[in-house]
Write a protein that binds this ligand. Structure first.
Ligand code: DC
Length: 229
C-alpha cells in the first residue's frame, strides 16, 4: 500500500491536539477532520433515541438508519438526521457518552469507514485516538501529541467555563480525564497508542512553538513522500 495523504494526529483528551490540528489545517489549507466529534455525536444521539448501548442489534439498527453528516458548513460541524449537534456535543456529560460508545466495535467500524470516505476528497489533517494505528496506518505523517495532565485539565476547565458550565472543579476534571484516558488506552478494540512511526510532540506552554514544529515536520514528510501540499 502506498502512502496515504493524511496527517494523522492522535493523543489523549485535552492534550490540545484539536487546536493544533485545526490550526495546522488552516495554515496549510487542508481539510480538518475531528473524529472525536463523531463519537460524541453518536453517543449523544443514542441517548436521545433511548438506544441501550449493551444491545448490539439495537445499536446496529441505529447505525443502519441514521444519516451522519460532517462539515456541513462553516457553522455546522456535525449533524444527524438533519439535527445540528455542533454545540451540544461539547457539553461535559457528552464526553462520557462518547467514551462509552467508542468502546463498541460495530460503532468503531462504522465510523472508520465514514472517516476513510471523508478523506478521499483532499489531503487532510485527521485527529483522534486511532488515526495512525487503525484508520490510516500508512499516513505519510503521524503525530502523537501529549501535555501534562494538570495542564490538560486546566485547559478543559477554561473551555467549559467559557460555555457556562461553571459548577465543575479542577479536581473533578482531572479525575474525569484520567478515567477517560484509562478507558481509551485499555479498551480491547483500537486502544489509544503511539505507533512506532508517530512523532511524539509535547504541546507545552507555547502553541506557536508547537505549531511551527508540526508545520516544519509536515513539510519535510511531504517532500520525502513526494506529496505536493
Ligand atoms: O477527542 P474527544 O475528547 O472529542 O473524543 C471523545 C471520545 O471519543 C473520547 O473518549 C475518545 C473517543 N474517540 C475514539 O475512541 N477514537 C477516536 N478516533 C476519536 C475519539
Amino acid at each position: 500500500m502506498g502512502k496515504q495523504w493524511v496527517i494523522a494526529i492522535d493523543g489523549p483528551s485535552g492534550s490540545g491536539k484539536s487546536t493544533c490540528a485545526k490550526l495546522l489545517a488552516k495554515n496549510l489549507d487542508l481539510l480538518y477532520i475531528d473524529t472525536g466529534a463523531m463519537y460524541r455525536a453518536l453517543g449523544f444521539w443514542a441517548k436521545e433515541q433511548s438506544v441501550p448501548l449493551d444491545d448490539e442489534s439495537k445499536v446496529q439498527s441505529l447505525l443502519n438508519t441514521l444519516n451522519l453528516e460532517y462539515g456541513v458548513s462553516d457553522q455546522v460541524l456535525i449533524q444527524i438526521d438533519g439535527t445540528d449537534l455542533t454545540q451540544k456535543i461539547r457539553e461535559h456529560e457528552v464526553s462520557k457518552l462518547a467514551s462509552t460508545i467508542s468502546q463498541i466495535p460495530i460503532v468503531r467500524e462504522f465510523l472508520v469507514d465514514f472517516q476513510r470516505t471523508l478523506a478521499t476528497t483532499k489531503v487532510c489533517v485527521m485527529e483522534g485516538r486511532d488515526i495512525g494505528s487503525v484508520v490510516f496506518p500508512n499516513a505519510f505523517c503521524k503525530f502523537f501529541i501529549t501535555t501534562a495532565p494538570e495542564e490538560r485539565a486546566r485547559r478543559r476547565l477554561e473551555e467549559l467555563k467559557e460555555k457556562g458550565e461553571t459548577d465543575l472543579t479542577l479536581e473533578t476534571i482531572i479525575k474525569d480525564i484520567e478515567e477517560r484516558d484509562a478507558t481509551d488506552r485499555n479498551r480491547s478494540h483500537s486502544p489509544l497508542i503511539q505507533t512506532e512511526d508517530a512523532i511524539l510532540v509535547e504541546n507545552g506552554s507555547s502553541l506557536d512553538d508547537t505549531l511551527s514544529t508540526l508545520t516544519k515536520l509536515v513539510k519535510e514528510k511531504a517532500i520525502a513522500s513526494g506529496i505536493n501540499l
